[in-house]
Write a new protein. Structure first.
Lengths: 514, 322
């Protein structure tokens, strides 16, 4: 008798709990689970994509990018490069900030100058330092010139992630307040941010591009990937970012979930020292290492099929990407011959440094490379470590052989090259992430020649040339693969979503399909 | 008693100093916050600018001295990433961790004592053996696995309980939001609380059972049986009451750990508590949060230990502190 009562009670409990989960919200709300919580609501306070993707929903830049990575007008309706230093923008009229203030050229000037202020205001110091002046042209407040201190050919390429703030409300509030309550012109207005739990946004009905299709958006950070997947399968969230490879089968086996993938912008590649006396100074050795690496095997066994071979650092939407560059074939015999020819018939010993918590399967990739290179006589000492230790080492430029992943937020190979492969020159901020002090005067000259070209088409040609010489002749780096971006959708919500090259979740482009 | 308490407080302060010093020492190996705070494209000069503005260019002992001076005034600094006082951030997250620990401890205590008593009455019965085998699982299964399994069973397969988060919370006072007052909040508490409390449950169960087996064999219990007292009175009034002192002491001591070290559980269930805050802070090299968290938890555990010791002295007159 007692037993029966207990069972009835348990049954009731389950029924109550179960029914509560069915009473979901009416479908005017999109719930997105992201990998990392946003750090701050100060749009210049973090240059991490996890933060920028959220800011892009609340703020507008002068320009924006569509789902294919094309640069489009936003707060500026059109733009042109007047001369090497000057960029002209025609501003959109009649735009209002979420607090009712009008958008004017003063806001643009204020926001761009704000980039120069170091911590805690801005993480875009380098970009800010390049801005000399913002001024209206011939007294017309809707046409402005932005003058840079030196030629910055990629200047506009970066403007989709430089968000425009309201001068009045930013100047009158403390940095702590600005970091907790954002006021932008974007498609969504801020509602509430409970740190660690959720960020809620509401559609801006007065958005200059028309009101977005979905009324409310809730971003929830779920850092643990299996929990993120469970939240999706159980219908708690509509869209998740980053499905780890090992959970693919679980998502696929669920009738309610659907996986969407696209090649990531990030390429994984190996840097190699070329200072005199080091084996890597001989391009035959560089070729030999390239040809001794079986990338197909790495993709199949280590990446479980979820990566795409790459032949260069930039990805297709990046200025300077050249589709004609091909990978060197996998040919260990030829690699051995090249090594012998270069004077290393018995190979050599080299230390491969890399992170073990930064990229998909990073440590396993390094291990696979060590095994593959051993087959041609190159003995690899593995030195993998947490990123918090690895990246400061990379900044010292003292590595011999290292694994790095890269994509350029400003979609410009010229900028990537300056940071990654230009001869180290701290004064000018060149080669900051050039981990092995790679240096080639020809490549440096090609880059410098490209930066003064005003015409964007000609400059793209110059960067493609730089890319070809670097990748085909000099083997400046050994490219491995592009990672894969993965998302999953909760099918019953019928979310219409197209992944973007930058991986951002831009909600005005998302709708509930009919 | 008073002199004992004063001495204990003195010891606690020394411990807090040692903890803060160790914390600072570890930062030297935790990664450089300046690299992210200056931005990906910053020049070395710009990085140095940021380093100076954070005071990180000063030698280790000067940084430590500044920290101690401010900490003594109750100022633990601003978070590097969000520019908000770190103690406020920690206190904002405290209710979530505290409620989770409270519910976990409630589950561990009630189930632990009940099952402990049940398994001690007929130690050789199949039921007792099953309980003991289960408690062994509770002790040896890693928290991580338990959490994932619970999510898989109750959220993915049965779909009766939510897999993550706090759900609906009710604002009680100021920034204190409680999930205990809303049905949705309670539903969200169940899985993480079981995950967090399972180990403690197993420990308390074994402690109760061990104590009960001993107590049931004691002379006073046999006398109670011989007097013809009803079974209930013998078990609960005579045996269990004596067993409870060490059990409750143990539970008290574990409470601090449940609040402070729920990091794994909080990360699996994306529970917005202090453990989650700490994980994010470590990921972003946000040193002020890390040091304030460690100091807060160390202080909390020291306080609870002291309180338990004092209460123990009051509950058990045989104990004397000199």
């Amino acid at each position: 008798m007692k037993g029966r009562v207990a069972w009835i009670l348990i049954g009731l409990l389950v029924a109550i709990l179960g029914s509560a989960s069915i009473l979901g919200m009416a479908k005017d709300t999109l719930v997105v689970a992201v990998m990392a919580p946003p750090r701050t609501m100060n749009p210049h306070g973090s240059d991490a994509d996890a933060n920028l993707q959220i800011m892009a929903n609340i703020f507008d830049g002068l320009l924006q990018r569509d789902a294919d990575g094309n640069l489009l007008p936003a707060l500026a309706t059109s733009w042109e490069r007047v001369d090497a230093l000057t960029w002209r923008f025609h501003l959109r009229q009649g735009v209002k900030f979420h607090n009712g203030n009008d958008f004017t050229w003063e806001d643009v000037k204020f926001s761009l100058e704000r980039l120069k202020e170091p911590y805690p205001v801005s993480e875009f110091l380098a970009f800010g330092a390049a801005i000399a002046e913002v001024r209206p042209v011939d007294g017309d407040p809707w046409t402005i010139d932005i003058v840079t201190t030196e030629p910055v050919p990629w200047f506009v390429q970066n403007l989709h992630q430089i968000f425009i703030m309201d001068k009045e409300s930013t100047e009158t509030r403390s940095i702590g307040e600005i970091g907790e309550y954002p006021i932008g012109t974007g498609p969504y207005k801020f509602v509430e941010w409970v740190k660690g739990s959720y960020l809620k946004l509401e559609a801006n009905e007065d958005y200059w591009g028309g009101p977005p299709p979905i009324k409310y958006v809730v971003f929830k950070p779920i850092t643990e990937s299996s929990t993120r997947v469970a939240a999706l399968i159980s219908g708690e969230v509509d869209l998740i970012q980053d499905v780890p490879v090992e959970l693919f089968d679980m998502v696929k086996s669920s009738p309610n979930a659907e996986i969407i993938t696209r090649p990531s912008r990030r390429s994984i590649w190996l840097g190699l020292r070329n200072s005199p006396g080091f084996p890597g100074s001989d391009v035959r050795v560089r070729k030999a290492i390239y040809m001794a690496i079986n990338e197909d095997e790495i993709i199949e066994k280590v990446m479980m099929g979820h990566a795409f071979p790459c032949s260069q650092i930039p990805d297709p939407p990046t200025v300077g990407y050249d589709a004609s560059i091909e990978r060197l074939p996998y040919d260990p015999e030829e690699a051995k011959r090249l090594l012998a020819e270069a004077g290393y018939p018995d190979g050599f010993t080299i230390k491969l440094t890399g992170p073990n918590d930064r990229y998909v399967q990073d440590e396993q990739i390094a291990q696979a490379i060590a095994t593959q290179l051993a087959k041609v006589g190159i003995r690899v000492e593995l030195d993998v470590k947490p990123k918090a230790v690895y990246f400061p080492e990379l900044d010292e430029h003292g590595l011999d052989f290292y694994l790095l992943g890269w994509f350029d937020g400003s979609y410009d190979f010229g900028r990537s090259f300056t940071k990654l492969l230009h001869t180290v020159d701290p004064e000018r901020g060149y080669g900051g992430l050039n981990g092995a002090s790679y240096s080639d005067p020809v490549l440096d000259k090609l880059l410098e020649a490209s930066s003064s070209i005003v015409d964007p088409t000609l400059r793209a040609d110059a960067l493609r040339l730089l890319n070809r010489v670097a990748m085909q002749e000099k083997i400046a780096v050994i490219p491995l693969h592009y990672q894969e971006d993965t998302y999953a959708l909760y099918k019953p919500s019928n979310v219409q979503f197209r992944p973007r090259p930058d991986g951002w979740i831009v909600c005005k482009d998302i709708s509930f399909g009919g | 008693m008073i002199s004992y308490i004063i001495r204990r407080i003195g010891q606690s302060i020394v411990v807090l100093f040692v903890v803060s010093f160790l914390c600072f020492g570890i930062f030297q190996f935790l990664g450089d916050p300046v690299l992210t705070l200056a931005g990906r494209y910053a020049t070395q000069e710009q990085q140095e600018l940021v380093r100076r503005s954070l005071g990180l260019d000063k030698p280790f002992y000067v940084q430590y001295a500044i920290f101690i001076r401010n900490a003594l005034r109750g100022n633990f600094g601003l978070s590097y990433t969000s520019q908000v006082p770190v103690m406020r951030m920690i206190l904002e997250r405290f209710p979530a961790s505290f409620e989770l620990a409270l519910v976990a401890m409630f589950i561990a205590l009630t189930l632990g004592i009940t099952l402990g008593v049940v398994s001690s009455l007929r130690p050789r019965s199949p039921l007792s053996r099953a309980i003991m085998a289960g408690s062994l699982l509770g002790i040896s299964l890693p928290t991580f696995l338990v959490g994932i399994l619970l999510i898989l069973i109750f959220s993915v397969w049965l779909r009766v309980l939510p897999p993550f988060g706090r759900g609906e919370v009710v604002r009680i006072v100021g920034r204190w939001r409680s999930g205990l007052l809303a049905l949705d909040g309670l539903r969200h508490l169940i899985l993480p609380a079981i995950t967090l409390g399972l180990y403690q449950l197993a420990v308390l169960l074994r402690l109760t059972r061990g104590g009960m087996l001993e107590a049931l064999a004691e002379d006073y219990t046999r006398t109670a049986w011989a007097k013809g007292l009803p079974q209930r009175a013998v078990i609960f009034k005579h045996a269990l009451r004596n067993v409870l002192i060490p059990v409750v002491t143990m539970a008290g001591l574990q409470m601090g750990e449940l609040i402070g070290f729920s990091i794994v559980t909080e990360s699996i269930f994306q529970w917005p508590g202090m453990g989650n805050l700490l994980l994010t802070a470590i990921y972003e090299s946000d040193h002020p949060i890390i040091v304030a968290y460690v100091m807060f938890v160390a202080g909390l555990i020291l306080f609870i230990n002291l309180a338990v010791d004092i209460l123990y002295g009051i509950l058990n007159p045989k104990i004397r502190y000199d």
